[in-house]
Write a new protein. Structure first.
Length: 279
């Protein structure tokens, strides 16, 4: 009588190793695609943030007949006190943050340097608030900018100082206000706000300081190109290949870091008379 052999159940070691190898290969193939999808979503959110900023700028213009200043240097008794409240702070009422704007106004920050006010700077101060609309989700540092003294609420978006101008005096009475009619180059050919990351650069603060605005400084010097090496000046992002900008007409466009220096510089003026061509 023949002995019946037991049927083998389970997997051999070799079979398990083959299955594990196949799974590892699939993960290796899928992981980059997942990461690309996540970055695409973050980039889309960043673009939507800038669209909201562009809309708020135009709503501000409709109300005040001018764009907000980059920042304000208050002159009291002939002395510049430099409160440096910035353009993004003035947009708060047009971005569902009217209460925060009112609270900041009540601190007296409209009249003195805001960093001297405890309600603005203590651990629960208004300047410490993180506002997602001013944060690019691709930027790794979170909602607080630790690269600027005080660790206040971060902004990944800076205005062009030469386009929005700044006030050396009270916002109400300063003679120079930037209006759409001033954009003789065309609002569709003028940059007004761009990105600034905190991974390789300093970024900014939504509440404002003079560092919350920048100019396109040179078309010949690679230091100031998009994603250039200068930490303080220029525009930059964590996105591969360039960064987003808001144009004065409110649209948002991603500009390559390889854009022509002449065109890039021309986009940074509102009345320079440059002939830009395609970009």
């Amino acid at each position: 009588m023949k002995l019946m052999q037991k049927k083998r159940t389970g997997f051999t070691l070799i079979e398990l190793l083959v299955v594990i190898a196949i799974i590892a290969i699939l993960i290796a193939l899928l992981l980059p695609a997942v990461q690309q999808a996540r970055e695409a979503a973050r980039r889309s959110t960043c673009k939507n943030n800038l669209k909201q900023i562009g809309l708020a700028l135009h709503n501000y213009h409709d109300t005040h007949r001018s764009f907000p200043p980059c920042y304000v240097d208050q002159v009291v008794g002939g002395v510049t006190s430099g409160n440096n409240l910035g353009w993004s702070m003035f947009l708060l009422p047009y971005m569902d943050q009217a209460t925060l704007y009112q609270k900041i106004s009540e601190t007296g920050a409209m009249n003195v340097f805001w960093t001297t006010l405890t309600p603005m700077t203590d651990s629960s101060g208004f300047a410490k608030v993180s506002l997602p609309v001013f944060n690019c989700p691709s930027d790794p540092s979170g909602g607080i900018n630790t690269k600027i003294s005080g660790s206040y609420g971060k902004s990944n978006y800076k205005a062009l100082r030469s386009v929005l101008t700044y006030y050396a005096g009270t916002p109400t009475f300063h003679p120079e206000k930037r209006m759409l009619r001033d954009f003789t180059d065309g609002a569709s050919n003028t940059l007004i706000v761009g990105e600034s990351d905190t991974q390789n650069h300093k970024g900014g603060l939504w509440v404002g300081k003079s560092s919350n605005s920048r100019d396109i400084l040179s078309n010949a010097n690679d230091t100031y190109r998009i994603n250039g090496p200068d930490v303080d000046d220029g525009f930059s992002s964590v996105h591969v290949g360039g960064c987003h900008f808001v144009f004065a007409d409110g649209r948002v466009r991603f500009l390559s870091e390889n854009i022509s220096g002449d065109i890039y510089t021309g986009l940074g003026t509102y009345n320079g008379g440059e002939i830009l061509g395609e970009f």
